[in-house]
Design a protein around this ligand. Sequence first.
Ligand code: MF3
Ligand code: CO
Ligand code: CO
Length: 296
Amino acid sequence: MLKNRPVKIGRNDPCPCGSGKKYKHCCMNTDRSKQTDIKTLYTRKFNIRLKDAKDIEQIRACGRLVVETLDLLEAHIRPGITTETLNTLTNEFAETHGIIPAPLNYKGFPKSLCTSVNEVICHGIPGNQVLKDGDIINVDITHIYNGYYADASKTFFVGAPGPDAKKIVSVAARCLQAGMGMLKPGNTIGDIGWAIQQYAEKQGCSVVREFVGHGVGFEFHEPPQVPHYGKKSEGIVLVPGMVFTVEPMINLGRPDLYVASDGWTAITRDRSLSAQFEQTFVITEDGFESLTPYEL
Ligand code: MF3
Ligand code: CO
Ligand code: CO
C-alpha cells in the first residue's frame, strides 16, 4: 500500500521529477502539495498515469487471480496435453471469477492467453500443438478484473527437462530477479534493463530487443516502455505509484527473431530455446511490491 509521505531520495540522487538536476537542487525542499505534483508532472511529461492506493488495491486483486490462473495451468501441464486445453481452462476460470481475459480479441489476437513453446519467444497462439516430454512452455496471462489489468507469465518444464531447458529457464528467472533488484524510487528504467542484460550476457545468453515491459493497470499496455537491456541511470526516474511489468525474454543463442505468418508468434531466428518470466510491479516509497507475486 502506498503511504502519502514524501519520497525518500538521497540529496545527491537525480530528482524524481525528471528535471535531470540533483534532488537537493530541485524538489528536495518542496512541501507536500508539490510532492503530489509528481503525478501531474508524470502525466504531462511522460504520459505515465501514476496509481493511487485504491488503484493499487484493485490491480493487486486482479494480480492474485492472474497468479491463481498460472497455478491452475501449471497443475495441468504435462506431456500429451494441447495448448488449446490451457486456453479452455483459462476461459473456464475467467467465467467463474468475473474476469475478462485481456488477450482475447486484443488487436485481433484470437485466444485468451499466450502459450510459447521452446523456440517461441512470446505471443504463441494456443491450438492443437501437443506438449511433449522435455519441452518448455511460457504461459502469459493478462486479466481484466473490475476494469483493472494485471499481467504475469512463467515458463514451465513439460516432463523432464534437458540441460539446455534447465539453463535457459534458470537464466530467465534470474534475469527477472536482477531487474527486481533495481526497483526503487530514484533508480531509472535504464537501470532495470542494464541489470538484466548484464546477467543474461554473462551467462552467454541474449536479450530480446523487440519486446519490452510496459506500464499496466488502467490499460493492457501503457507508457513507459521497459526495455530489458540498457544503460545505467538512463531513462525515466522511478517514482512511487508507477505500475509496470518487467518481462525479460532471454534466448539461449542469438537475440534475433522473426514473426510467423500468423502475425503473432515470435520465434528465435536461430531456433534456440527462449524463456520468459513476467510480473507486474508497483514502485513504493522505499522499494517495490509485486502485484502478481510468485516464487522465482
Ligand atoms: N501479455 C503480453 C505482454 O506481456 C501481451 C500479449 S498481447 C496478445 O505484454 F495479444 F498477444 F495477447
Ligand atoms: Co506484459
Ligand atoms: Co504478459
